[in-house]
Structure formats: C-alpha cells, structure tokens
Design a protein around this ligand. Structure first.
Ligand code: HPA
Ligand code: ZN
Length: 317
C-alpha cells in the first residue's frame, strides 16, 4: 500500500504531541554541535540504542537529558519547524502541541527563548504548510507546585501565545489535586484545560483531572477502562481522550499494538483520537501510527475517518 499524505475529509488534528518529544537524533547532534555541547553518546547509533524503555520514567530520563542542547530561540524554532514539516506529510491540518516550560527554565534557559522560538515556528507552519498550530504550556507535575505557579505567572506576564494549560511528566504519586490552584488561575484567564491522566496512574486521577482541574480533554486516559462508571461518564459527557497507541506499546502500558483497546474504546462510544505523543522516541508520527493500526489491529478506513473526525471535534477551536 502506498504511503503518503492521506487527506481526511474534514481535516486531521494532532492534539497530543510534546514538541520536545519530536527531537530526532540527527537534530540533537546538530544542535549539540552548533551550541558546542558534548553529548554523552559516542555517535548516533549509540543514542539510537538507548530508545528502549521499561516504563514512563525510563523514557522521561532520556527525554529530559536530550533537551540539554536546546538553548536559544533558534533551537526551539528549528525543533518545531522539523515537526511541522513532518506533520504536513502526515496530513495534519491542526496541531496543538505541548511544551514543558519548566524543563527549560529549571536548567537556566529563559522562558522568552522557548516561547519566542516555538511561536515563530508555529506562525511559519501556517504560511508554509497551512497547518493551524497552537501552543499548550504543560505543567511538569513531578516538580514543585510553587514552581508551577511561578511558571504560570511568568507566562501570563509575557503574554505567551498559549491556548491551553496541560499537565504531564511522571504521573504516579503526583495526582492532579496538587495543581488545583494553577489550573483555577488558567481557567480564570480563559485558557482551555487538558491533563495527562490514566496513562500509568489510576482512574481516580482521571476523575480528579475532570473535577478538580476542569479538564475538557484527557491525555491518554487509557486506564479509565478499568472503571466502568468512569467510562460511562466519559461517554455521556463525550470527554475527548487523546490516545497514543505507539507510546502505549513503547512505554509498556499495553503489551503489543494488537492488544491495544482502541477499537474497544470506539465501540464503547468514547470520543477517542489517535496521536503521536513523542514520535521521535516511540517509532512514528500519526501517519505511521495509522499504518501500524491498520496492519496490526485491522483498523478500517471508516474507523480511521471516525478517529480523524473525533480529533477535529476535540480540538480547542
Ligand atoms: N506522559 C507523561 N509525560 C510526558 C509524556 C508522556 O507520555 N511525554 C512527554 N512528557
Ligand atoms: Zn504525552
């Protein structure tokens, strides 16, 4: 079967992608060289050999380590530009991408550099590819709560062009309830709300994200399936779940793609979409994900169209 751009009738939105997770090994090496930083890897193959993960934390260790070479607005713009070029190939028409402000400010990079670089690339995505791109600042939940509040203050002071506030990083032990205050502030500012919940954490974290943070979407949410009452609520309220099947396999949330509950989720009436999460780390972008789902889960063209329509309906437009 020919691969390439598949145009979805009403567009295709990617709602769950961490821009730092689109950092491909070649670009990591190029930016290390430009910034004269010595990487702790012998060569590209040495780095590529480390993309084997046992759980979320083992992935996050490498994901945060590689960010060390991102220093200037130019670096962040180059990172995002590379993603948009690839997203255009994947047929994406709307991209709502996460960035982790604290992952950069905590190592001495000015928030301005991060936001300006990403915003510049997002504006270019529209001009070059017709991709409607929007930024979601994400709270790094395994860092101090006070830092989350300060980061949000800084984002508001600089009038960062963000459409939403998200919540990511190591989940278990860092329940949404910790972050009620900063999410209340975000809602008061008119921002949209999404949160990672139910990836490795329990269904209770999904409830907290909805009830305590005001989340309008749930990122991953796959462990909601353990709780029939929660599933009934998610169906009833049509809360979008941004599924990331390749991520779930690589981080061992599911054993194989063939075991992924995506079809069960569709059949249950959940509003689910397909996303790439950290495509440079998990073996593919959204088009690769759809191909793999067709081959290993027997995903039909009709199901694929439903997933694409769900993504557009779940977008913060
Ligand atoms: N889960 C939580 N935090 C993350 C992820 C993820 O899959 N990717 C980047 N930050
Ligand atoms: Zn994610």
């Amino acid at each position: 079967v020919e691969e390439g751009v598949v145009l979805h009738e009403h567009g295709l939105a990617e709602l769950h992608v961490h821009i730092e997770g689109t950092f491909e090994p070649e670009l990591i090496f190029a930016l290390a060289e430009r910034n004269r930083i010595e990487l702790p890897y012998r060569d590209l193959d040495d780095l590529r050999g480390r993309y084997e993960f046992g759980d979320l934390t083992s992935f996050l260790d490498l994901y945060y380590a590689n960010m060390d070479v991102l220093r200037t607005a130019q670096d962040f713009a180059d990172l995002a530009r590379a993603y948009f070029a690839r997203a255009a190939q994947a047929g994406i028409t709307r991209a709502e991408f996460f960035f982790d402000p604290q992952a950069h400010t905590a190592r001495g990079v000015e928030l301005r550099e991060v936001v300006d670089g990403l915003a510049d690339a997002a504006a270019g995505a529209r001009r070059e590819y017709g991709i409607d791109a929007a930024m979601i600042a994400s709270i790094v939940r395994d860092r101090p709560v006070a830092e989350a509040n300060d980061t949000f203050t800084d984002l508001m002071k600089m009038q960062a062009p963000i459409i939403a506030l998200g919540l990511d990083s190591a989940e278990v032990g860092y329940p949404p309830s910790l972050f009620e205050d900063v999410f209340a502030r975000a809602r008061a500012e008119g921002l949209r709300i999404t949160a990672h919940a139910g990836e490795e954490g329990p269904p209770e974290y999904v409830r907290q994200a909805l009830d305590l943070l005001g989340a309008e979407r749930i990122d991953h949410g796959i462990r909601s399936l353990e709780d029939p009452e929660l599933v009934a609520r998610l169906v009833d309220e049509q809360i979008p779940l941004t599924a990331c099947p390749l991520s779930n396999v690589r981080l061992r949330v599911v054993d194989t793609l063939a075991d992924h509950p995506l079809r069960r989720m569709l059949e249950a009436g959940l509003s689910v979409s397909v996303n790439s999460d950290d495509p440079a780390y998990f073996g593919g972008y959204v088009d690769d994900t759809f191909s793999a789902l067709r081959e290993q889960l027997g995903l039909t063209d009709e199901e694929r169209q439903v997933l694409a329509d769900n993504s557009m309906r779940a977008a913060f437009l």
